[in-house]
Design a protein around this ligand. Sequence first.
Ligand SMILES: NC(=O)c1ccc[n+]([C@@H]2O[C@H](COP(=O)([O-])OP(=O)(O)OC[C@H]3O[C@@H](n4cnc5c(N)ncnc54)[C@H](OP(=O)(O)O)[C@@H]3O)[C@@H](O)[C@H]2O)c1
Length: 190
Amino acid sequence: MHSKEPEFSENDIPDLSGYVAIVTGGNSGIGYETANQLALHNARVYIASRSQERVNQAISQMSQAAMGKTLDLHFLQIDLQDLKSVKAAAEHFMTLETRLDILINNAGVMTVPFKLTADGLETQWQVNYVSPHVFTSSLMPLLLSTASTLDTKDRVRIVHVSSDAAFFGPDTVQWNDVNMTSTKGVMELW
Ligand SMILES: NC(=O)c1ccc[n+]([C@@H]2O[C@H](COP(=O)([O-])OP(=O)(O)OC[C@H]3O[C@@H](n4cnc5c(N)ncnc54)[C@H](OP(=O)(O)O)[C@@H]3O)[C@@H](O)[C@H]2O)c1
């Protein structure tokens, strides 16, 4: 859905003290801005990324721009091209925290060359769909237990960041060829 005027801005974000959030791919782009805003509004934020170095750089940049405010930012190791890493990230997170209020599945790749991951899945299919599903499902017990402690039903959120580019693909998953090896036309390269 596109609207001409933004419906809200960062100024509309309430105080998030006591919230714990995960933003995948929060070391750059939209994820960076998302993680930064959540932290600036007092949430504890885990940036889930495959590179501790890039996350450290991002945290340092956000902290410098925060004008003396201390941001509660952390690194969580995850590689969405590796399902073992995705499960391990969720399991590790649940040893670190007793709650999860906001999960933002932001990390994604687009139009990367056709390649199968070590799990045998086409890269975009795994990074953009399968791994976020596995990550979310693995964290679901914690999301549910967090929700059960709250009076408000809408505090716990799962956000999947997507793209209009999804409309270039088929209307539904091609279950007989999930890696889309037989794809022709505009998406043939992938
Ligand atoms: N920018 C746009 O105009 C636009 C438009 C429509 C939709 N979107 C969507 O918005 C989201 C963010 O896009 P963006 O433009 O901000 O992209 P971006 O700057 O390229 O950031 C993508 C993030 O995903 C991470 N990532 C990629 N592969 C990963 C993997 N295997 N494991 C863990 N993290 C991985 C990247 O980490 P590394 O630094 O390690 O690569 C990076 O932090 C995506 O879901 C995209 O589809 C963006």
